[in-house]
Design a protein around this ligand. Structure first.
Ligand code: NAI
Ligand code: MG
Length: 354
């Protein structure tokens, strides 16, 4: 098949990990007789430097016309001035909103050879295979009113957690569809003992579950979910939750995997188009040195193959190549090894055909 992929390397190590992932996608294309064409655009700090804005209309239009978008990372100390009116992260928010991407998927899987890199005991980590689906465009991060004011010398600030039934329904529905090809358990996470928006979330999730009798649903309060992720993570299959709860739980769950550099993500909406990116940032401390682990981005590309291009077999082959490279001892510095970014990419590509 032919596919048109937009690359948004962004800042810092984003540039290095995206370059290595492109080479790996080319190897997959060659092996299976596909033709991927790429166009590269600016996002984040580098876009601010060049254009004054973190995401130009031209970049957004290119992403809208593409089959999928592969993103590196944005940000860095150069753009960290808190009083600046344009910030690199605005590019990510504008991209998600502009493409209507309301669900963020973060799979948490452990490589058996790397279990000692995790802060948890090995026996707590056996068989961990979780997919967290975080609502991405609603909830506390977007609700109105949102304000800060000073009245008679007292300062006051307001954020609002708001959801419509439609916003809840579409993301929970997606979680159920994803669970169908996994272990068929959806854990819907809320704070229904306190929050009205969570009571609506639970009601709508229960309605969605009724349409999927082959999949089990359990409801869990977010605080006890946070505990269970540490004590019995292997019990989870798909977790679906509100924007801020998901932000916090995904970072907690990522720690289980041992290194930030290993974890992929996908942001999806109604169509097949999505944005795929590693969960880490631009890592200014190691940028430009060829030290970054490209695995999180390469596994994001596997998600791209599966969700946007419907190339399930190719995705599985790429994921297996990553697992085999790690089983064979390939390690970047974050995993205690000596391989460069390129060396790790080559180790994966060497396992592709094999
Ligand atoms: P970070 O994820 O960039 O780095 C945290 C630590 O993990 C650093 O020590 C870094 O060297 C290491 N690390 C991260 N990715 C790695 C990889 N692939 N291989 C090896 N080591 C890796 O988070 P930090 O330092 O908090 O943020 C740096 C910049 O990135 C900030 O400007 C922040 O705003 C931005 N950021 C951007 C994100 C995005 O684009 N989605 C997400 C998180 C942070
Ligand atoms: Mg976060």
């Amino acid at each position: 098949m032919k596919a048109n992929i937009v690359l948004l390397p962004g800042d810092g190590i984003g540039v290095e990990v995206v370059a290595e992932t492109r080479a790996t996608l080319d190897a997959v294309a060659a092996q299976f007789g596909h033709s991927f064409s790429y166009s590269e655009h600016l996002i984040g700090g580098c876009a601010i430097d060049a254009t004054g804005t973190a995401l130009t209309q031209e970049t957004l239009d290119a992403c809208r016309a593409a089959d999928a978008v592969l993103l590196g990372a944005v940000g860095g100390p150069k753009w960290d001035n808190p009083s600046a009116s344009v910030r690199p992260e605005q590019g990510l928010l504008a991209l998600r909103q502009g493409l209507g991407l309301y669900a963020n998927l973060r799979p948490i899987r452990l490589f058996p050879e790397l279990i000692q890199a995790s802060p948890l005991k090995a026996e707590r980590l056996a068989d961990v295979d979780i997919l967290v689906v975080r609502e991405l465009t609603g909830g506390l991060y977007f609700g109105k009113p949102r304000l800060r004011e000073e009245v008679n010398g007292r300062r006051r600030a307001v954020d609002t957690l708001e959801y419509t039934d439609e916003e809840i329904q579409r993301v929970v529905e997606l979680a159920f569809r994803l669970a169908a090809s996994r272990r068929r358990l959806v854990t819907s996470v809320d704070k229904a003992n306190v929050l009205e928006s969570s009571r609506l979330w639970r009601t709508v999730a229960t309605e969605v579950a009724a349409r999927h009798p082959e999949i089990r649903i359990e409801h869990q309060l977010v605080d006890s979910c946070a505990m269970r992720l540490i004590t019995s993570a292997a019990a989870f299959d798909v977790i679906v939750t509100e924007n801020m709860f998901g932000d916090i739980l995904t970072d907690e769950a990522a720690v289980l995997a041992g290194s930030l550099g290993l974890c992929p993500s996908a942001s999806l909406g109604d169509g097949t188009r999505g944005v795929y990116e590693p969960i880490h940032g631009s890592a200014p401390d190691i940028a430009g040195k060829g030290l970054a682990n490209p695995i999180g981005t390469i596994l994001s590309a596997a998600m791209l193959l599966r969700h946007s291009l419907r190339l399930d077999k190719e995705a599985a082959v790429l994921e297996r190549a990553v697992a085999q490279a790690i089983a064979g001892g390939a390690r970047t510095a974050d995993l205690g090894g000596k391989l460069s970014t390129q060396g790790m990419g080559e180790a994966v590509r060497a396992k592709l055909a094999g």
